[in-house]
Write a protein that binds this ligand. Structure first.
Ligand SMILES: Nc1ncnc2c1ncn2[C@@H]1O[C@H](COP(=O)(O)OP(=O)(O)OP(=O)(O)O)[C@@H](O)[C@H]1O
Length: 340
């Protein structure tokens, strides 16, 4: 469905050439969900811009749905782009338009009758689970609902490919899962090919059948997601996999705490060795408006002081807890409320 052959992209800038992609060859099969993972600056957005035909490679070939990009005229390119839908990290919705108007936007030049457009929008609203929200404005929606509008809009013209550019990076873990689930359902029901770029391995693991790891403009590892996850070959891939395992363990722990302490906020405080624990904890434990107790602590000595984490259960009103955590910040102590 999508094939890149020795694709290279060099941007000319005032400070000299920047090689965003060095030599990328990759093949995405029709109907699969393919993930590209990489750190910021690895070249992910450039890769996406080559696939959606917004950018031409400096050398090499891009083929989408049997058409070689360099063979197409400008007019043919515009037509080919319609076969590709795209969703973004920050949704890119029109804020002054309703949900239905946002979804109808790509249909404006389609030549469909008003009635046919309305039917199509209704169908898309049902498909993404936004029944009853057609007249809402984006500002009235949660992040997950905004991304659902983005997905419906991207699918409006029946594209063959859906490109997802860090589509869940602005969402909390629960909402991320529900959006990934929706993408999976859409992939299965419509047979649409999905290419997803992300810096989060759990996103890949959740829905991608295959993954490519991009580093400094080169694909350093590629394979079935489960194989790459189970047996990462490159140090950078191990880093991505390691972070996922750590965060899964983290969330299991939080769930355990939550079960044992259903009331109050669970707060993690990190000490980097350079700040005084006594002074920070004094602030919390002598704050009359809240009640703090220690659930777990883990410290190790360093050259400059003791470094580690403290998990606390804090009872009190939302405002009082917020004020207490703010006063910690003035002491340069990092505190975060763990998700419930
Ligand atoms: N239009 C441009 N002009 C000049 N340099 C660019 C341009 N777009 C990207 N680059 C450079 O190319 C390299 C790859 O950037 P790209 O945005 O593709 O990476 P990325 O993996 O998507 O990172 P991020 O997630 O931060 O956007 C970076 O060094 C970037 O500064």
């Amino acid at each position: 469905m999508i094939q890149l052959t020795h694709a290279r992209k060099i941007y000319q800038t005032s400070t000299g050439p920047v090689e965003a992609l060095s030599d990328v060859s990759l093949k995405v099969e029709r109907g699969e969900i393919f993930g590209v993972i990489g750190y910021s600056g690895a070249g992910k957005s450039t890769l996406i811009r080559l696939i959606n035909l917004l950018e031409k490679p400096t050398s090499g070939n891009i083929e989408v749905d049997g058409r070689v990009l360099s063979d197409l005229s400008e007019k043919e390119l515009r037509g080919a782009r319609k076969q590709i839908g795209m969703i973004f990290q920050h949704f890119n919705l029109l804020w002054s338009r309703t949900v239905a108007e946002n979804i109808a936007f790509p249909l404006e030049l389609s030549g469909l009758s008003r009635e046919k457009k309305r039917q199509r929008v209704d169908e898309l609203i049902r498909m993404v689970g936004l029944e009853g929200r057609a007249s809402s404005y984006p500002a009235q929606l949660s992040g997950g609902q905004k991304q659902r509008v983005g997905i419906a809009r991207a699918l409006a013209t029946n594209p063959k490919v859906l490109l997802c550019d860090e589509a869940t990076s602005a969402l909390d873990p629960k909402t991320t899962d529900s959006i990934l689930q929706l993408l999976k359902e859409i992939n299965q029901s419509l047979g649409i090919t999905i290419v997803l770029i992300t810096h989060e391995m759990h996103v890949i693991r959740k829905i991608c059948s295959r993954v490519a790891v991009l580093d400094h403009g080169t694909i350093v590892e590629e394979g079935r997601s489960e194989d790459v996850f189970a047996n990462p070959q490159q140090p950078i891939t191990r880093e991505f996999v390691g972070r996922t395992v750590a965060s899964a363990k983290d969330s299991e722990r939080v769930q355990r705490f939550r079960k044992a302490f259903p009331d109050g906020k669970i707060v993690r405080i990190r000490f980097d060795g350079s700040t005084s624990q006594e002074s920070a904890l004094d602030t919390l434990f002598h704050d009359q408006a809240i009640h703090a107790s220690i659930i777990e602590s883990e410290f190790s000595p360093t050259e400059i002081g003791s470094k580690g984490t403290l998990i606390l259960l804090i009872d009190g009103s939302e405002d009082d807890i917020h004020a207490a955590l703010q006063s910690l910040e003035t002491k340069k102590v990092k505190a975060e409320v763990l998700p419930s």
